[in-house]
Design a protein around this ligand. Structure first.
Ligand code: GLN
Length: 286
């Protein structure tokens, strides 16, 4: 499960050719064949093939698109990108015999399917909720996490609903289900400001630019834990969301199958629970 120690796929072993008995032409041909067999990642189709017969955008790597920061699912800690989603995708990379590499990119390009369509990455892992309109443009894995929305407030300020923020300012995050929820509620008298990412939304609340912030409950729970005594949940909104990993629409059924197999196996062999406890400090509710 630890990153960076997964061995790359097994090397290509050329069949033994008695060198002295073949001509120069045959040797050159053998070398070209060998180079192609090694998979330099520059084939004309722009795709390489992993050991498991799964297409990948870069040879020897499973390239993941995400939008940082979204702790505890993905964040940069000491120059390394870590998190629950990263650990889950490491399981997929391990199964394929490659290593994971992570690309940080705006959520809009992830949820629209654009990053997958343009070959920026093989898979999207971004605490992304499975939604019907997203499923039209992305192939989603089986669900791997349950979430709801929540209102984060400064401790002791007492806002317990969106309506209670009438005359105040509320923040949400661009392109997210939290934003969708706030929009659907159009709370009267509340000024809503949109923030590009979780970090700027958190910062706005911490510096009193806004009095409440709506985003996924698990990221708020993590933030409260890391900033003891400062913030609390004002209200939870039971949106009943489920996260899925995204794969190019009808573009990589072999990868989709592998990801689903990995999630299912991790749930049944205890690996999922271990990763969950590592990032949330508790066992998942069954
Ligand atoms: N789960 C939310 C969504 O899918 C937020 C995801 C995120 O901000 N990374 O919209």
């Amino acid at each position: 499960m630890s990153r960076g120690v997964i061995p790359t796929q097994g090397g290509y072993t050329p069949s033994r050719v008695p060198a002295r008995s073949v001509g120069v032409g045959a040797l050159v041909l053998a070398m070209i064949t060998l180079a192609a067999g090694c998979g330099s990642g520059s084939s004309s189709s722009g795709t390489s093939t992993s050991a498991g017969g799964v297409k990948l955008v870069a040879a020897g790597k499973l390239t993941t698109c995400t939008h940082l920061p979204y702790a505890p699912f993905q964040s940069s800690e000491g120059g390394k990108i870590v998190g629950f989603d990263i650990d889950m995708i490491d399981l997929v990379a391990k199964k394929l015999g490659v290593t994971q590499t992570v690309v940080d990119t705006p959520f809009e390009g992830i949820k629209s399917g654009q990053d997958l369509n343009t070959g920026k990455c093989d898979i999207a892992a971004a605490g992304m909720t499975i939604k019907p309109e997203r499923a039209k443009v992305i192939d989603f894995s089986v669900p791997y996490f349950n979430a709801t929305q929540a209102l984060l407030i400064k401790k002791g300020t007492g806002y317990a609903s969106l309506e209670s923020l009438s005359g105040k300012k509320l923040g949400d995050q661009s392109g997210t289900t939290g934003k969708d929820y706030v929009t659907s509620q159009h709370p009267a008298g509340v000024t809503v400001t949109e923030f590009e990412d979780l970090a700027t939304l958190q910062q706005a609340l911490a510096t009193d630019q806004i009095q409440g912030a709506v985003d996924d409950l698990p990221v708020w729970t993590d933030y409260i834990k890391k900033n003891p005594g400062k913030f609390e949940i004002g209200a939870e909104f039971n949106t009943g969301e489920q996260y899925g990993f995204g794969i190019k629409k009808s573009g990589n059924p072999e990868l989709l199958k592998t990801v689903n197999q990995v999630i299912t196996a991790a749930k049944s062999d205890g690996t999922y629970n271990t990763i969950y406890e590592k990032w949330f400090g508790t066992k998942p509710a069954s």
